[in-house]
Design a protein. Structure first.
Length: 233
């Protein structure tokens, strides 16, 4: 994928009156900038869902794709750990029934079939375009750390890799990333690289107002973006 294709994704969304990119669209942009993302495919029928689940490899995740639904889990739009074609079929139908029951007016573009990746250190990396300071990048541990403790750090973009490493060291949860007790340390070099790339995206793509990768699973070697969303200006 090229930067021209990134422009095409953004322009198509704006032409459709959308301020939110779909998860698969957001991840295509991340991938263009060299950020690892999950294997996935957007499908529009059950037959394709079953086909791509087999190609991607079990277990898989199914997620609803709708411009009217931002928090998919709130509407029963996410099904995890599907290990067989029967489970995929049941989950596919259940997702559509959930959306019809909880938000019948929502426009459903399809269902995302995604690989189920191992749980790692749960990270959130985001960026916003501040009216006063310009592009700003945010980093923190995911889960309760960001929701309850608000354990995050910020930097103006663009950033260097050294800036990314400093951001990690500023949060209270950094001790966990270094390897706590019997846990292996997180791949801090790869994580710092991702932080700089998020800074590039928010700096170079002027139509992007906010973006968030959450969760981002980081392992002792490597990392992967599990979910992402981008908001346009």
């Amino acid at each position: 994928m090229t930067e021209r294709e990134v422009d095409a994704i953004i322009n198509r969304a704006l032409s459709e009156g959308r301020r939110y990119l779909m998860e698969d669209e957001s991840k295509k942009i991340l991938k263009t900038y060299g950020i690892p993302v999950t294997k996935e495919r957007l499908v529009t029928n059950l037959e394709s869902a079953l086909e791509w689940a087999g190609k991607i490899g079990f277990p898989v995740v199914l997620k609803v794709c709708s411009p009217d639904i931002i928090h998919k889990s709130d509407f029963g739009g996410v099904m995890l750990g599907l290990k067989t074609p029967i489970e995929v079929e049941e989950a596919y139908n259940k997702i559509l029934n959930n959306i019809r029951g909880k938000k019948p007016q929502a426009k459903v573009l399809g269902v995302l079939v995604q690989e189920m990746v191992p749980h790692g250190y749960e990270i959130i990396v985001g960026a916003t375009r501040d009216a006063q300071f310009g592009p700003v990048v945010m980093f923190g541990l995911g889960g309760v750390f960001v929701e309850v403790l608000e354990d995050v750090s910020f930097r103006l973009a663009p950033l260097t890799k050294e800036d990314g490493l400093e951001m990690m060291q500023e949060i209270k949860g950094f001790r966990l990333l270094k390897g706590f007790r019997n846990s292996e340390p997180a791949d801090l070099e790869a994580l710092a690289d991702v932080i700089t790339k998020v800074g590039r995206i928010i700096t170079e793509q002027n139509e992007i107002m906010e973006m968030e990768i959450n969760p981002f699973f980081v392992y002792s070697k490597g990392l992967i973006a599990v979910d992402a969303r981008i908001i346009l200006s």
